[in-house]
Design a protein around this ligand. Structure first.
Ligand code: BGC
Length: 736
C-alpha cells in the first residue's frame, strides 16, 4: 500500500514537472521570433574561439544575436563558460547553449577505442568507462556527447568498425544500453546521442559514406535493435546518418525518424543531423539546400549540425519549426540548463577529476581487459622481465597515436609512448632495446595525411633500408622481440576504409625479416577493425590484438609480463582473406551450405576456390594464460547449464557464451546467434556451473511482415568459449 502511494506520488510529481516544463517552454516560445527559433535549431563547430575573445568569434556573434542553439567540439571549461555567458547574458532571451563534443572513448582519460571496449565483454566496465567519461567531460563544460555509436559493422573494410561494438546484435544491444546508462545516469550525467541512425555500418564495399540498401526484414532483425535498445535505456538524443535508406538520406527519411523512432519506439528526445548532412543532400542529387532543409525538418530532424541549412527555412513550415524548437528546448530544460546555465563546466572539478589517478587506474585495468590473445605457442607469454627485450615497430615512439581514433579532448603531451612505458617498467629488471623498423605505409603522403588530417603529429618517414638493418641488428641482440605493428590511430575511424586488411607492405616485410632471425617473436597487432593475419598465424608464435587508449603502455606491460591474464574476446570475425568481407558468424545457411574450414573445394556450393570458409579467428574467440574445460551441457526446462573448470596453472577469466539456432522457421534464420554470455574468473583448479535461462524473447524474430514472432519447435542451444567450439542441446519450445 505504502509502495503504491509512493508510486502514485511520483507519477503525479512527474506529471506536474512535465506541466511546469510545458508551461515554461510555451511562454518562452511565445516570445521567440522565427530567427530565434531557427537559431535554436542550428549547431556550429566552435573550434575558432579557442584563440579569440568569445563574443568576437562567429559563434559568439551568432549566440549574442540568438541565432545559435548549440556548438560542438570546443575544449576547455573556461572557454565554454565564457561563450555560455555571451548566450545567457547578451542575447535577447538568454537561452543557454547546448555544448556537444565527440567524447567517444573518454575525455582526457582515454579508454580503449570502442571496438576494444566491446572486446572486454564486460558490461559493467563499459558502463563505468562511460560514467568516467561523463564525469570528466561535464567538468570540462560538455553537456552532450555524440556517443554511443551503435552501428552494426559486418565489413571490416569500413574504418568505423573501430567506433562500435562490432558485428553482433545481441552484444551490440548490451553495450549500447551500458553506455547510455554510464553517460546519463551517473553522478555527473550528460546527454548521450545514439548514432548513426540508421544502417551507416552497411556502406557497400566498406567505403565510407557509400550507398546502403537493405531489406526491412534485415533492418529489423539485425541492424535496428541496438539503436532501439539505446532509446529504451533513455538516450536523450539521436543522430541521423549520412547514408541513404530506401533512396532517401537518413536525415530526411520520415519513415526512419518519425514512423520508426517516435511512433514505434516512443522516442521523446531530439534528433540532430550528422555533420553537414543536410547540405550534402544536394550532392546526393536532391536539389537545393533550402528544399532539403524543409525535407529534413518535416521528416523529423530537429537540429542541423554544421550545414547552416535550417537558417534558410521558410515560415510556411512553422508547425514543424515549432515542433523541432520545442524538442530542443525540452532537452535543455531536462538537462537543467534553464535552472543553471553554468552547471556544465567547473574548473575546480577539472583539476580534481580530469585525468585523475583514480580514472587512469580504471582505464589501465579496462585496457588490459580489452586485449585479445590470439595465439600463444609454447606458452611464450607471459614474458619474464629479464635479459634483453626488443620492442620494434613504427608505433613504438608515437605519442599521438596512443590516443586512438576520435579523441578530441585529448592532451597528447600527457600520454606515454610505448617506448617510455616499457622503459619505466623494465628499468633495473631487463634491458630494453627499441627500433623504428620501417614506415607505416609505402605511400608516405598517406602516412602523413592520416595523422595531420586530424591535427596529429605524423610518424616521421624513415629510410627503409637503414631502418630495417637497425631493427634486425636490434632483434639479433635480444632474447625476445616484441613487434608493435598495424594501424596508426586514424588508419581506422571515419573516412578510413581499407581494401586490404593485412599488415601494410613495409610492416609485413619487417616482420618477415625479423621472424627469419629465429628469435621468439610476439606480435602486438594494433588495429581498429578485424584485420587479416594469415601469414602471421602460421609463422609468429604469439599474437595479441591490442587497442589504443591513454594507458595502453602500462596495460600492455601488465599483460605481457603476466600481472594480468588476457581476457578479451573478439567481437568481429578476423578473416583469412580480405575478399571474404563482409564476414560474420551469424550467417544464414543458404541452400548449399559448407562448413567453416572444410578443406575441400566443392563446385556448386557456397565456398571459394582460393580460401576455406569462415574466420581465421572467429567471433567470441580469445585465449588466456590458463586453460578452461567445458563439461557436458544439461538442459532443464528452459535453462541450459554447463560446468566450466580452470584446468590451467593460474587464475584467469573465461567468457562463457550461449548461441541459439532455430531449426525450422517460417523464414531462413542464422546458423547461430549469440543470446547470452557470462564472464567468470576462476582460480587454478576451480569449477563453476554456468547457467543461461532462455526466454521466449530470445527465441523470437521479426517475420516477413515485420511482426515479432516466437514459433514453437526445436532450437539448438549451444554453449562454449567462442562462436565455433560449441556443444549443443536441443530445446523443444512449446509456448504456454
Ligand atoms: C561524424 C559523427 C560526429 C560528427 C561531429 C561526423 O563527421 O560522422 O560521428 O559525431 O562528425 O564531430
Amino acid at each position: 500500500m505504502k509502495k503504491l502511494f509512493v508510486l502514485a506520488f511520483l507519477a503525479i510529481a512527474a506529471a506536474a514537472s512535465a506541466d511546469t516544463m510545458d508551461a515554461f517552454i510555451d511562454s518562452l516560445m511565445a516570445r521567440m521570433t522565427l530567427t530565434e527559433k531557427l537559431g535554436q535549431m542550428t549547431q556550429l563547430p566552435a573550434g575558432t574561439i579557442q584563440t579569440g575573445a568569445p563574443q568576437e568569434s562567429e559563434v559568439g556573434k551568432l549566440a549574442k544575436e540568438g541565432r545559435l542553439g548549440s556548438i560542438l567540439n570546443l575544449k576547455g571549461a573556461e572557454e565554454i563558460l565564457a561563450l555560455q555567458r555571451v548566450a545567457v547574458e547578451q542575447s535577447r532571451l538568454g537561452i543557454p547553449l547546448l555544448v556537444g563534443m565527440d567524447v567517444i572513448h573518454g575525455y582526457e582519460t582515454l579508454f580503449p577505442i570502442p571496438l576494444g571496449m566491446a572486446s572486454t565483454w564486460d558490461i559493467a566496465a563499459i558502463e563505468e568507462a562511460a560514467r568516467i567519461a561523463a564525469t570528466e567531460a561535464t567538468a570540462g563544460g560538455i553537456a552532450w556527447t555524440f556517443s554511443p555509436m551503435v552501428d552494426i559493422a559486418l565489413d571490416a573494410r569500413w574504418g568505423r568498425q573501430a567506433e562500435g561494438a562490432g558485428e553482433d546484435v545481441f552484444l551490440g544491444c548490451q553495450v549500447a544500453r551500458a553506455m547510455v546508462r554510464g553517460y546519463e545516469k551517473g553522478p555527473h550525467p550528460m546527454l548521450s546521442c545514439v548514432k548513426h541512425f540508421a544502417l551507416y555500418g552497411a556502406a557497400e564495399s566498406g567505403r565510407d559514406y557509400n550507398t546502403v540498401d537493405m531489406s526491412r526484414l534485415r533492418m529489423y532483425n539485425q541492424y535496428l535493435p541496438p539503436y532501439r535498445a539505446a532509446v529504451e535505456e533513455g538516450a536523450g538524443s539521436v543522430m541521423s546518418s549520412f547514408n541513404i535508406v530506401d533512396g532517401i538520406p537518413a536525415t530526411a527519411n520520415k519513415w526512419l525518424l518519425t514512423d520508426v523512432l517516435r511512433d514505434e519506439w516512443g522516442f521523446k528526445g531530439m534528433v540532430v543531423s550528422d555533420y553537414s548532412s543536410i547540405s550534402e543532400m544536394t550532392r546526393h542529387g536532391l536539389g537545393s539546400v533550402r528544399t532539403n532543409a524543409v525535407r529534413a525538418l518535416v521528416a523529423g530532424t530537429d537540429m542541423d549540425m554544421a550545414a547552416k541549412a535550417f537558417a534558410q527555412l521558410p515560415d510556411s513550415v512553422m508547425p514543424y519549426i515549432d515542433r523541432a524548437c520545442r524538442r530542443i528546448l525540452e532537452t535543455k530544460y531536462r538537462l537543467g540548463l534553464f535552472e543553471n546555465p553554468y552547471r556544465f563546466g567547473d574548473p575546480k572539478r577539472v583539476k580534481k577529476d580530469v585525468y585523475s589517478k583514480k580514472h587512469r587506474e580504471a582505464a589501465r585495468r579496462i585496457t588490459a581487459e580489452s586485449f585479445v590473445l590470439l595465439k600463444n605457442e609454447g606458452g611464450l607469454l607471459p614474458l619474464q622481465q629479464k635479459g634483453t627485450i626488443a620492442l620494434i615497430g613504427p608505433l613504438v615512439d608515437s605519442r599521438s597515436d596512443v590516443t586512438g581514433t576520435w579523441s578530441f579532448c585529448q592532451d597528447v603531451s600527457k600520454y606515454e609512448t610505448l617506448h617510455e612505458g616499457f622503459e619505466r617498467r623494465l628499468k633495473g629488471r631487463a634491458r630494453l632495446l627499441c627500433a623504428h623498423g620501417c614506415n607505416v605505409l609505402d605511400n608516405l603522403a598517406t602516412q602523413r595525411e592520416v595523422a595531420s588530417g586530424h591535427g596529429l603529429e605524423p610518424i616521421p618517414p624513415v629510410d627503409s633500408e637503414s631502418a630495417l638493418q637497425e631493427a634486425l641488428s636490434t632483434a639479433r641482440q635480444a632474447d625476445v622481440v616484441i613487434m608493435a605493428l598495424g594501424e596508426t590511430a586514424w588508419m581506422s575511424g571515419e573516412g578510413a576504409a581499407r581494401s586490404d586488411l593485412s599488415l601494410p607492405a613495409p610492416q609485413k616485410k619487417l616482420l618477415h625479416e625479423v621472424c627469419a632471425i629465429g628469435k621468439p617473436v610476439v606480435l602486438l597487432n594494433f588495429a581498429g577493425r578485424a584485420t587479416e593475419l594469415s601469414w602471421e598465424a602460421a609463422h609468429v608464435p604469439a599474437i595479441m590484438n591490442v587497442w589504443y587508449g591513454s594507458e595502453v603502455a602500462d596495460a600492455l606491460c601488465d599483460v605481457l609480463f603476466g600481472e594480468v591474464s588476457p581476457s578479451g574476446r573478439l567481437t568481429v570475425s578476423m578473416p583469412k582473406a580480405t575478399g571474404q568481407e563482409p564476414l560474420y558468424y551469424s550467417i544464414l545457411p543458404t541452400g548449399r551450405p559448407m562448413e567453416d574450414n572444410d578443406p575441400r573445394y566443392q563446385v556448386f556450393s557456397t565456398n571459394y576456390v582460393d580460401v576455406t570458409n569462415g574466420a581465421l579467428y572467429p567471433f567470441g574467440y580469445g585465449l588466456t594464460y590458463s586453460r578452461f574445460e567445458y563439461g557436458k551441457p544439461v538442459l532443464e526446462g528452459m535453462t541450459v547449464s554447463v560446468p566450466v573448470t580452470n584446468t590451467g596453472g593460474r587464475e584467469a577469466t573465461e567468457v562463457v557464451q550461449l548461441y541459439i539456432h532455430d531449426r525450422v522457421a517460417t523464414i531462413s534464420r542464422p546458423r547461430k546467434e549469440l543470446k547470452g554470455f557470462e564472464r567468470i574468473t576462476l582460480k587454478a583448479g576451480e569449477s563453476r556451473q554456468v547457467s543461461f535461462t532462455v526466454t521466449p524473447e530470445l527465441l523470437g524474430y521479426y517475420d516477413s511482415n515485420l511482426q515479432w514472432t516466437v514459433e514453437p519447435g526445436e532450437f539448438d542451444l549451444m554453449v562454449g568459449p567462442d562462436s565455433r567450439r560449441l556443444q549443443s542441446v536441443t530445446l523443444n519450445f512449446q509456448p504456454q
